[in-house]
Structure formats: structure tokens, C-alpha cells
Design a protein. Structure first.
Length: 349
């Protein structure tokens, strides 16, 4: 006899049968070579497992690792490299490998490129209570020059490094990548019939699709009808939306203004520039995200800046009347810019 099989599951054995099986087992173990079956009697229940000569029993099965992405750390809009923290737990504390993928607006998932500083995706340590890790996504590489992408999701799949069939995954909530910069429209210098003297109010509309607070990052002016631009001196911006002042921009736009004292601008002090002055403004999000500046916008029509003060005769002394001699007329002329002047003398009887 080479093998004896006895199978009894979840049945209570009678005392007589228990003794019989025990006796048969004892005889087999003592007298028959190659017999490899075991009879187990516990709490009155009989069970048997058997195998061929030289066989062995299997160990306990392993469980798949579990990954949990921390959604609280995935904001509604992210800029630059995107860091996704997550925790991996495994009952056997087995090392695991991960695969990160992204999807845009419900499209199929595709491989997400890690940044060069991201740790290895293989051999991550685990524990039953979980171990924290993170994945830093190089979104710029995968998305190219896109300024703004809505509806992005990141999926991380975890796999037991020893058993490829033990896998699990988690997916982030939908979030926005990138940014839409603010927009300036309707740059309008408030002149008097196209002429600005000294302080000039400039009105404009600022809008932002995402409702971010904005600033004017660039104030410029041109004296050659927009061919070349020079920076406006910050000290010459004396009121309204000065440099660094935040604008509560909204999608529909908000009307704001600032005051430019052209007479405090060195290039325009005491000067007259006819019909060719323009203003150019560049918006930017107030969190100084220089990767996403808005487009510069200039005023539509050139205007005149007249900062020249007319000379004035401040003192005139009556001359001595003598028909036989020239008449001497002493006078004093004042000019704010010390410009040379021409004098025209008129007389009447």
C-alpha cells in the first residue's frame, strides 16, 4: 500500500471511528514505507490531508499592498512640479513598485514623467500601518507649453515587487494645472482734448478668468507712437493702482485707474510731445508667478503731453517818454524751465 486517502470535512466522528483511524495511522507510520498521510483529530472533528511520497504543504497566502493618495494635498490649481503624497501599507511589509499615470478631462491614463529629483519608483518600503511616500510629477514635460489644463487626475498603481499579480491603485480628485494670467483692456488716458498737462489719470479694465488677485507688473510709455517704450518712474505714479497694489480681478473685469504725474517723469519734465505719447501696461497674478505674465496692452491713440510753462513778464517799468531819445522799457521775464524766450514788444498810441 503506497497511499491512503481519508477525507472528512466538518463532520463529527464517532468514538469508534476515531479509534479506528488512529490505529490505522499508527500501523501505517510504523510498517509501511512511503506512506505520507496525516490524520488530524481536534475537538472531536476529523480532517485529513494527504499527498504523494515526499510532498509538502503550502504556506499562508499574501495580501496585496494598499495605497492611499492624500487628496487634501492636491489643490484646485497647481503650478510647476506637482507633488502627490501617498501612503502604502502591506500586511507582510513587502517592498513594492509603483507606476504613476495621468489623465486629462477623462482621457485614457498615460505614463506620468517624474522629476529628476523624484525618488526611485521601485523597492518602496511598506508596513502594516502604512509608510508615507510622494511622487513629484514633471507636468511641464508631459503637457508642453499648455498654460492651463482643467480636469487633471493622477493615478498611482502599486505592485508587490515579489508577486506581480498583487496590485492595487488610487486616483486623485480632479484638479487644475497651470494658470490663466489676468488680462488688461481699454487703457484710456483721460486727457483734455488729447492734451495732458502734469497729472494724468489712466483708466483700464482688469479681468481674470480664475478670479485671482492681480497687479500691474509693467508701466511703460512711448514718445514715438509705440515704436519704443521706456519704464514709467514708480515715483511718478502718485495715486490709484500703484506698483504692488493688488486688484480684485474677476472674470467679467473690474474698472481701475492710476495717476501718472508726467511732470515727475524726467523725460517729460518741461517738455512738449505732440500726439505721439502712448502708455503700455502688463498684468500679472499678485502671487508673482512670473511664469505666467499677461500680455502687454497699449493705449489705442497717441496723445500730447504739454509740460512746458509759458514765460511770464513779472515786472514792467514805465519808460521815460522823450520824443528826441529812444524809449527805455525795463522788464523781468520768468520761466519755470529757464527756456530761452523771444520778446515781442507792441505799442499803441
Amino acid at each position: 500500500m503506497n497511499e491512503v486517502k481519508v477525507t472528512m470535512k466538518n463532520r463529527r466522528a464517532s468514538p469508534i471511528l476515531q479509534r479506528l483511524l488512529f490505529l490505522l495511522g499508527s500501523v501505517c507510520l510504523l510498517s509501511v514505507q512511503g506512506c505520507a498521510w496525516v490524520v488530524v483529530i481536534a475537538a472531536g472533528t476529523v480532517g485529513a490531508a494527504s499527498g504523494g511520497s515526499g510532498g509538502s504543504g503550502g504556506g499562508a497566502s499574501q495580501t496585496a499592498p494598499t495605497i492611499v493618495i492624500l487628496p487634501a494635498n492636491v489643490g484646485p490649481r497647481l503650478l510647476g512640479p506637482i507633488n502627490i503624497p501617498f501612503s502604502i501599507s502591506d500586511q507582510e511589509s513587502s517592498a513594492v513598485n509603483i507606476v504613476a499615470e495621468f489623465s486629462l478631462d477623462g482621457a485614457p491614463f498615460q505614463t506620468a514623467t517624474p522629476t529628476t529629483s523624484n525618488p526611485s519608483l521601485n523597492g518602496l518600503v511598506t508596513a502594516p500601518g502604512g509608510v508615507s511616500h510622494s511622487f513629484e510629477w514633471d507636468a511641464a514635460t508631459d503637457l508642453g507649453s499648455a498654460l492651463e489644463v482643467a480636469g487633471a487626475r493622477l493615478r498611482i498603481r502599486v505592485q508587490d515587487s515579489g508577486q506581480a499579480d498583487l496590485t492595487n491603485m488610487d486616483v486623485t480628485n480632479s484638479f487644475r494645472i497651470g494658470n490663466l494670467p489676468p488680462v488688461i483692456t481699454n487703457v484710456t488716458p483721460v486727457t483734455d482734448l488729447g492734451i495732458a498737462e502734469g497729472a494724468l489719470v489712466v483708466r483700464l479694465t482688469v479681468s481674470d478668468t480664475l478670479g485671482d488677485r492681480a497687479v500691474i507688473a509693467g508701466y511703460e510709455f512711448s514718445v514715438d507712437n509705440g515704436q519704443n517704450y521706456l519704464p514709467i518712474d514708480p515715483a511718478a505714479i502718485t495715486g490709484g493702482v500703484r506698483p504692488g497694489v493688488e486688484i480684485a480681478a474677476v472674470a467679467g473685469g473690474v474698472l481701475v485707474d492710476f495717476t501718472w504725474d508726467t511732470d515727475l517723469q524726467a523725460e517729460l519734465n518741461g517738455e512738449v510731445v505732440l500726439d505721439t505719447v502712448k502708455i503700455r501696461l502688463t498684468p500679472q497674478d499678485s502671487f508673482a508667478n512670473t511664469d505666467f505674465p499677461g500680455l502687454p496692452v497699449e493705449s489705442a491713440i497717441g496723445f500730447t503731453v504739454d509740460n512746458n510753462f509759458l514765460p511770464e513778464v513779472v515786472q514792467l517799468i514805465d519808460g521815460v517818454t522823450d520824443m528826441n531819445n529812444p524809449v527805455i522799457l525795463p522788464f523781468v521775464i520768468q520761466d519755470e524751465e529757464s527756456d530761452p524766450v523771444a520778446v515781442i514788444i507792441l505799442w499803441k498810441q
